[in-house]
Ligand binder design. Structure first.
Ligand SMILES: Nc1ncnc2c1ncn2[C@@H]1O[C@H](COP(=O)(O)OP(=O)(O)OP(=O)(O)O)[C@@H](O)[C@H]1O
Length: 252
């Protein structure tokens, strides 16, 4: 199967502590992979390295056949690896439409070269891409509302939509359901996963909610103290004694 993203031997220390320690993993094109682990296991550090927010001390990251190790976040975004954040990074005074337009400009793979993110909204292609995302993520009712006035769940959805503009090959979602009301989490994930599947993006999502990983991941990777403890089907991983002991806290 074609590989969308591959990390090999990634290592990163902070003050002598190995937050990510010789991690190798791959995400197949179109795959949906969950990443779990206790607090401090290195999940966010891994996502930050892959998306260019942190440099690794050693190791490589490739997207398709392209080596993206150590490139900056914008460059990596343009090469097809995108992310959302645990706490959405949005402009609260701007509308949903305007936030998406900024995301399209920043993603800026746009055939004509780089567009300044704050240029007036006058190019048809960018607006068409925004309209496509508004439809894909069912954001039409909120289109003209300032983001500061929309519900938290809609902000999370908008954050994922902003990460999805311009056809990324791989999306890394950092705790997509944190901040989403418990009764809305499945509806939220159904919408997100359907949209990402339609976009044919591979997904790696960091998640603490085991109901969510069981339902949406077709493979699960477990981090423990910066290393890959297990990489298998959700069924096998969630039944594993070490995973129960170190991560999920469930009794064997
Ligand atoms: N910028 C930093 N400076 C110093 N230490 C850091 C930094 N970022 C992460 N760490 C440390 O690296 C280790 C891994 O942290 P990381 O945030 O990647 O874990 P995590 O699995 O994402 O945890 P959580 O589930 O709580 O978000 C922790 O010991 C953390 O304290």
């Amino acid at each position: 199967m074609e590989t969308a993203l591959e990390a090999t031997g990634l290592t990163r220390s902070f003050s002598g502590i190995r937050a990510v320690d010789d991690v190798s993993l791959s995400i197949p094109a179109g795959g949906v992979v969950g990443l779990i682990g206790a607090n401090g296991a290195g999940k966010t550090t891994f996502v930050n390295i892959v998306t260019g927010y942190l440099r690794p001390d050693s190791g490589t990251v490739t997207c398709g056949t392209r080596d993206i190790t150590g490139l900056g976040p914008r460059r990596i975004r343009r090469l097809g690896v995108s992310r959302s954040f645990q706490i959405p990074q949005l402009f609260l005074e701007l509308t949903v439409f305007e936030n998406l337009l900024l995301a399209v400009r920043v993603a800026g793979t746009n055939r004509g070269g780089f567009l300044h993110p704050l240029r007036p909204a006058n190019d048809a292609r960018a607006q068409a891409e925004v309209d496509r995302m508004i439809g894909r993520f069912r954001l039409e009712p909120y289109r003209a509302q300032p983001v500061g006035e929309v519900p938290g769940g809609i902000r999370k959805l908008l954050d994922v939509a902003m990460a999805t503009v311009d056809h990324p090959q791989v999306l890394l979602l950092d705790e997509p359901t944190s901040g989403v009301a418990a009764k809305e989490k499945f509806g939220f994930m159904d919408l997100v996963m359907d949209a990402l599947s339609e976009e044919r993006a591979a997904v790696l999502f960091v998640e603490h909610d085991m109901e969510i990983v069981r339902r949406y991941a077709d493979r699960l990777i477990v981090f423990h103290e910066g290393r890959v403890l297990l990489d298998d089907t959700p069924e096998h991983v969630l039944a594993d004694a070490d995973v129960r002991r170190f991560v999920t806290g469930a009794k064997a």
